[in-house]
Design a protein around this ligand. Structure first.
Ligand code: NI
Length: 259
């Protein structure tokens, strides 16, 4: 079944029907979901969802746009959450230079601390990198991120950058953007990246695929992403689902199938 490696079901846009939607996912082909913390409260909420649903796991971290809320005390809380049995990664964390704030130095400080947290706890890391290719890569190299392992979520750079991350043995989160007509660079990168390094993700509620663009996204739309990857790779949709699930289970060390 489909392994959804990146969703934010704690987002308030799901408040009206979260329970109904999540309860229906497994019978609609979504076998496993990782709910990703983007803030401290989002990380706490991710853990609560993971406690509530056997097929949901949690990642805890603070998105570069949200790091203004972090201080030494709240960071300790993040560290504590990593010990929870259903927390399987640190993230999302990284650098986002799309907006001028928060300033770059501050983003780097908390990215470094979260990379070190992943290393210390032995968890893989979920990277968010937007318009910050060089700095992200430089920091990851400096901190020997290849030994930490993880995934570059919503990979949006080209083939050259893909090669750099492959050298660190990282995985690539591919989502709805692959269905956009103007995603030429990403399509080239996906053709280049070995199938064994690709994970499926939506980033729900964001980044709905082309046929639902602008709408609230959910894991149910992963079928469009599967189709696009299958076409690029010249393999069947079943093969895409099977291999990406194996990849996710390998990376996040989830060997046992959920109930
Ligand atoms: Ni996200």
């Amino acid at each position: 079944m489909i392994f959804e490696s990146h969703a934010h079901y704690d987002d308030e846009v799901f408040d009206g029907d979260r329970e109904a939607l999540l309860s229906s996912l497994q019978e609609r082909g979504i076998g496993t979901v990782i709910n990703i913390g983007a803030s401290l409260s989002g990380s706490e909420a991710s853990v609560r969802l993971a406690e509530q649903y056997p097929f949901i796991y949690a990642a805890v971290g603070v998105h570069p746009s949200e790091i203004g809320e972090l201080d030494e005390e709240s960071f300790v809380r993040l560290h504590t959450l990593c010990d929870h049995e259903k927390v399987i990664a640190v993230g999302e964390t990284g650098l986002d230079y799309h907006y001028p704030e928060p300033d770059k130095a501050l983003q780097k400080k908390w990215f470094e601390k979260q990379l070190l947290l992943a290393r210390e706890t032995g968890l893989p890391v979920i990277i968010h990198s937007r318009e910050a290719a060089k700095d992200t890569l430089d920091m990851m190299k400096a901190l020997d991120a290849g030994k930490i392992g993880g995934v570059v979520h919503c990979f949006s750079y080209g083939k050259e950058m893909a090669r750099e991350y492959l050298n660190m043995d990282f995985y690539f989160g591919i989502g709805g953007v692959i269905t956009f007509p103007n995603a030429k660079k990403l399509k080239e990168a996906v053709e280049y990246i070995p199938m064994e390094k690709i994970l499926l993700e939506t980033d729900s509620p964001y980044l709905a695929p082309q046929s639902h663009r602008g709408e609230r996204n959910s894991s149910l739309n992963l079928s469009y992403v599967v189709e696009a990857i299958a076409e690029l790779k010249g393999i069947s949709c079943e093969e895409v689902e099977r291999v990406t699930e194996e990849n996710a289970r390998r990376l996040f060390q989830l060997t046992v199938q959920p109930d």
